[in-house]
Design a protein around this ligand. Structure first.
Ligand code: C2E
Ligand code: CA
Ligand code: CA
Length: 849
């Protein structure tokens, strides 16, 4: 059923896609992380190495640059007799030549000159921006002021003057006079130009007798140095610093770290900034030994910076400066990172491409598979329709082919099974399902007849399957022949048939139909046997129940039940009886259900007891040596229930088996006690045995055992049976009875003359006594027919040589008449009602009435 299909949360295809997608995502993530980490450390190493190399190169270049003043000084000091001609025009010319020729270019010394002990000052200077060389010279008049010319000679015109310029008040001149060695000045401001700070190299010149003759000086503009550093920056965002031993910033590629120009401080020392002035710089350089060559990664505001230091000196080794290179970590690797991202992106794109291809394939495979599953759900319910599209995959194509052929087989099997379920193979009639599944067959009809062929099972067990098959087929044929056209027939179970008659019917129609059908079961000498085409003869016994009610899908089950109840009722009647359902039957059935329950309970709770009714010899009606044992039930819930009411129910429900066993046990016990009380040892007790009890395999053993256990003799017991025992497995019954008779028990045929009314069985059935049915005896006095029956039964018993017991004698006249007719024994209220055993009084080897 499609509605009942179990739902699975995730299909295999989806699971596969999810798992592979997760793997792909994981792979991308792993590649990303590995690449990040790997590249980062690689960047780090590369950057640091590159920077270290660069710092060496930069510091070398700076050193070369810083060496220039010294070299210029040395160059000049090597002039022949420099001390002697320090004030000479030749010297003047030499100075200009050195600046313009030997140290040309913007990134070189910016001023070179000589100050003589005679107070003379001559210098050539390069303008830091225009690069033009101009001359500064002591006034020819006196040495008290300096003239700044516009060009390199006196003809170029005067640009400005520096008044009161006294060499011997300049600190560097004083230092030079006192010193033999060259030295560097601090950063200071020129006296005569607003062109910023300079750092000066001073080379004292002495005559051979060590008399001071002057000082050669060569200066570097700090601004030029700053620009030079800028050019040397290893990367765009790097910063270069030149720092002195006191962590003052001499020069920097970044102007933000430089002290402001002080235009007022002409001729004085410059006030340099210290590293500590700049907190960020201070943080970066914290703990860095500026004097050594170091390289480290420092952190500032979450960013990493490479900080490299390198000692810087000119050849005189006097400067003792440090070069500091600061480079943000990310910058040098930026280019690499781009490349890196490209690798990563192409890898991720590849993974995603494979993933999409995989999903496409899985979907492409699972879609036809799902279609196949949908179709397979209808397998056998509808013909297989081959897929329109061509199958790409052999697996699915083969599966489809297999399902196609399986579908055909299942379809045929289901059709075959349906046929078998709905049609009885033996008779060709509808089965129970066949009738139920096709309401159109019985709709608009109202008469249902249920017929049981009661001897079918006997026929089968005695004559075998083949014969019983022909038997039932022949019955079905006869049934069909006798019923009107358009009747519907169903073999409900092996011995039960249903006929639904056409149209709307009344009770009289049932009588008509049954009139036609009942002859099937007639057991008269001229119409006993039915003969088939091959000359075989059959006897059918059976009964029928009918129900009159409008039939449709809703009522059919009830109607069947009602017909069944009527059939049950008919079983109490004779062969060939048909009973129409009445609502009372259902009431009775309900009562039976209650009684059934009570019977079951009281059987366990000792709700039963036995009584005995005397059987007297008609020639002595004052004592008796024989009696019939009868069961009594006083139910706590239902009160006294007569045996006629519950014995039949006990038989139908099978409870008679245990009740019967109890009766036999109790009867033997009571009889033994009765004999012990003085009853004759050969007292014969009749026990009623229901036909069902003979079905018990250990019936005889149990009975004999009870007799033995209670110290009785087998001849103490007479089994009362009715003709109906033969309706069961008669062979078995006859065998059991013969066996028991051989052992000394006797058998009485009860209710003789009623019911089955076939005398033929008397040949087969072993018996020692006949009991004529109470019905005939009751009518004896006023019905000649009954009298005739009784006298013929008396004759019959005499011919068989067995005694006859007349039951139901209520008056003295009846007894006398029976005796006159030749009846030997009698039983009835007139002689004694059934009473508990201990009510009867034994006396002198007999029992008193
Ligand atoms: P049954 O075997 O024919 O028993 C005789 C019935 O006739 C008894 O009815 C008895 O009380 C009654 N009867 C005897 N004399 C007279 C009379 O003068 N006038 C009238 N009107 N009735 C008389 P009971 O005891 O009600 O039993 C009815 C039937 O129940 C029995 O008929 C028997 O078929 C069955 N039954 C009773 N006890 C047992 C039993 O222990 N086992 C079995 N299997 N069936 C039993
Ligand atoms: Ca009886
Ligand atoms: Ca009887």
């Amino acid at each position: 059923m499609p509605g009942r299909q179990k739902r699975y949360p995730v299909s295999f295809a989806n699971m596969l896609i999810v798992v592979v997608s997760l793997c792909a995502a994981l792979l991308i993530a792993v590649v990303f992380i590995l690449q990040q980490q790997g590249m980062r450390s690689w960047y780090g190493q590369t950057t640091e190495k590159t920077l270290a190399e660069k710092s060496q190169y930069i510091s070398h270049r700076i050193e070369m640059y810083l060496d220039k003043p010294h070299m210029a000084g040395v160059l000049l000091s090597h002039l022949d007799n420099v001390a002697g001609k320090i004030d000479s025009p030749a010297m003047e010319h030499e100075l200009q030549h050195v600046l313009e020729e030997d140290f040309a270019g913007a990134n070189s010394i910016s001023r070179i000159g000589i100050a003589s002990s005679g107070g003379k000052y001559i210098a050539f200077q390069r303008h830091p921006i225009s690069g033009d060389v101009f001359m500064i010279k002591s006034s020819p008049v006196d040495n008290q002021n300096l003239i700044v010319y516009k060009g390199a000679d006196e003809n170029s015109g005067i640009a400005s003057r520096v008044e009161d310029f006294h060499l011997d008040s300049r600190p560097w001149f004083i230092q030079a006079m006192e010193s033999d060695k060259p030295f560097w000045t601090n950063s200071y401001y020129h006296m005569f130009a607003n062109d910023g700070q300079v750092i000066g190299y001073r080379l004292p010149v002495r005559q051979s007798n060590h008399v001071f003759s002057g000082v050669i000086f060569a200066d570097i503009y700090t601004s030029v140095l700053n620009n030079y550093l800028k050019k040397l920056e290893p990367t765009e965002n790097s910063a270069l610093l030149l720092v002195d031993g006191q962590r003052h910033i001499i020069a920097s590629s970044k102007s933000k770290w430089l002290a402001k120009q002080d235009k007022q401080a002409q001729g004085g020392d410059a006030k340099l900034s210290s590293i500590s002035t700049y907190p960020k710089l201070e943080t970066l350089l914290q703990g860095v030994n500026l004097k050594g060559q170091t390289s480290q990664l420092a952190q500032l505001e979450g960013d990493n910076y490479y900080v490299l230091t390198h000692a810087v000196n000119d050849q005189t080794q006097m400067l003792g400066w440090s070069l500091v290179i600061i480079t943000p970590e990310t910058l040098p690797s930026g280019m690499l990172k781009h490349a890196d991202a490209r690798i990563f992106l192409s890898l991720a794109a590849m993974i995603i491409f494979f993933l999409l291809a995989f999903i496409f394939l899985v979907r492409h495979f699972s879609r036809p598979l799902n279609n196949l599953v949908q179709k397979a759900r209808m397998l056998g319910r509808q013909p297989w329709e081959p897929a329109g599209e061509k199958r790409l995959y052999p697996e699915i194509a083969v599966l489809e082919e297999e399902l196609d052929s399986a579908s055909g087989v299942i379809f045929d099997m289901i059709a075959d099974q349906k046929q078998r379920i709905e049609k009885d193979s033996a008779t060709g009639l509808l089965t129970r399902s066949g009738l139920f599944n096709e309401p159109s067959l019985y709709e608009n009809r109202n008469l249902m007849l249920m017929i049981r062929v009661t001897n079918f099972r006997d026929v089968r067990s005695t004559l075998g399957h083949t014969h019983s098959l022909k038997f039932i087929q022949f019955f079905a044929e006869n049934l069909l022949q006798r019923c009107p056209d358009e009747s519907i027939f169903c073999r409900y179970s092996e011995d039960l048939f249903i006929v639904v008659f056409p149209g709307h019917n009344e009770q009289k129609d049932l009588d008509t139909y049954w009139g036609m059908l009942s002859s099937l079961f007639q057991d008269t000498p001229d119409n006993r046997m039915q003969t088939d085409a091959e000359g075989r003869t059959y006897i059918f016994t059976g009964q029928a129940g009918a129900a009159l009610a409008e039939l449709n899908k809703e009522t059919v089950a009830d109607c069947m039940m009602n017909a069944g109840l009527a059939l049950q009722q008919s079983r109490q009647g004779a062969n060939g009886e048909c009973v129409l359902f009445t609502p009372q039957m259902r009431e009775l059935e309900l009562n039976n259900i209650c009684m059934h329950q009570a019977l079951r309970e009281d059987l366990q709770n000792d709700g039963f007891h036995l009584v005995m009714q005397p059987i007297v010899s008609l020639d002595n009606t004052t004592t008796f040596n024989e009696g019939e044992c009868l069961v009594r039930w006083v139910s706590p819930s239902l009160g006294f229930v007569p045996p006629d009411k519950f014995i039949g129910l006990a038989e139908r429900t099978g409870m008679i088996t245990s009740l019967g066993r109890w009766i036999i046990e109790e009867a033997c016990r009571q009889l033994a006690a009765f004999i012990a009380r003085g009853a004759p040892e050969d007292f014969k007790l009749h026990i009623n045995i229901s036909p069902v009890q003979f079905q018990q395999s250990d019936f005889a053993d149990h009975l004999l055992n009870c007799i033995l256990r209670n110290g009785l003799m087998n001849r103490n017991i007479c089994l009362e049976i009715t003709e109906s025992v033969l309706l069961q497995d008669s062979t078995k019954v006859i065998e059991t009875l013969s066996y028991l008779r051989r052992l000394g028990l006797s058998v009485a045929i009860d209710d003789f003359g009623s019911g089955y009314s076939s005398l033929s069985y008397l040949h087969q059935l072993p018996f020692d006594c006949l009991k004529i049915d109470r019905g005939f005896v009751m009518e004896l006095m006023n019905d000649k027919k009954s009298e005739a029956v009784i006298s013929s039964v008396i004759m019959l018993s005499q011919q068989f040589g067995v005694p006859l017991v007349a039951e139901g004698v209520e008056t003295v006249e009846m007894g006398e008449k029976l005796q006159a007719m030749g009846c030997e024994k009698s039983q009835g209220y007139y002689y004694g009602r059934p009473q508990p055993f201990d009510v009867w009084m034994p006396l002198n080897g007999t029992v008193l009435l």
